[in-house]
Design a protein around this ligand. Structure first.
Ligand code: CU
Length: 260
């Protein structure tokens, strides 16, 4: 009897320790972790800061997107009036959406406080919203389940250790922060195999995901010489060097599929 009670106590103890253990393994932390010391940021002088405008285009043939069969999840299928299609290559009039743009090099000596506003990745209608999300190292990332269906968040990164957790309750939320950059972490759900998303963790706040226009603006950038990167899940990474003068503005064009 005493042995059995001890086993139960050990299980309860392990069950409470598991979330923290998963986070340690994943180079991330959840919202229950003790607050870290405040970051002393290198100030950006707004009088000299400039902007980097980035345009991302695609000139290749775009295959007809695959239609997903959501028959195993009728409660999710009922949330969609139109068929749900593969959005891994979204192009409109050559403008490429869902590409991550960030300052990849040149800011290594700078220290930036991460934004306190969380980046939200929702699971709704058995689809991730957004398909590609971007945050800074240290910025909260909220995984939310808005569905009456259970989902698991199964990440397969290459820098941080893979992590995987279940979200069975509708309305549940789990907050993570990441202490290393990685562009970009694939995320999927093993219950609904069509569910796919990417989470980009940038080393600085100058990161954005292209909307349908394919253009983003990185604002309040200190003058300097930088490597600007772009990443897209099907097309890979490209980069360009830019020089930003004080109060300057530079335009960067990235082209995939023969564009530019
Ligand atoms: Cu799912």
């Amino acid at each position: 009897m005493r042995t059995r009670l001890r086993r139960v106590a050990e299980w309860v103890s392990l069950r409470h320790a598991l979330p923290a253990l998963i986070c340690i393994l994943a180079s991330c932390s959840d919202s229950s972790a003790p607050p870290k010391q405040a970051v002393v940021a290198t100030p950006v002088d707004p009088a000299t800061a400039g902007t980097i405008h980035v345009d991302v285009s695609y000139a290749g043939a775009v295959p007809t997107p695959k239609v997903f069969d959501m028959g195993i999840a009728p409660q999710c299928a009922a949330q969609h009036k139109e068929p749900v299609t593969d959005n891994s290559l979204l192009v409109q009039d050559r403008h490429l959406a869902n590409a991550v743009v960030w300052i990849k090099g040149g800011l290594e000596k700078w220290v930036f406080a991460p934004p306190s506003e969380p980046v939200v990745m929702d699971q709704k209608g058995c689809v991730y919203h957004p398909h590609v999300a971007a945050a800074m190292v240290g910025q909260p990332v909220d995984f939310v389940n808005s569905d009456p269906e259970a989902h698991n968040v199964h990440a397969r990164p290459q820098v941080v250790t893979p992590f995987n957790f279940l979200m069975s309750r509708q309305g549940s939320k789990r907050t993570f922060t990441f202490d290393k950059p990685e562009i970009a972490i694939p995320v999927g759900c093993d219950i609904h195999p069509w569910m796919s998303a990417y989470l980009a963790i940038a080393p600085n706040p100058y990161v954005a995901v292209t909307p349908a226009t394919g253009t983003v603006t990185l604002a309040n950038v200190p003058p300097g010489e930088y490597v600007v990167g772009v990443w897209q899940e099907k097309l890979g990474t490209k980069e360009q060097r830019v020089k930003l003068e004080p109060r300057g503005s530079v335009n960067v064009q990235f082209g995939y599929g023969g564009a530019n």
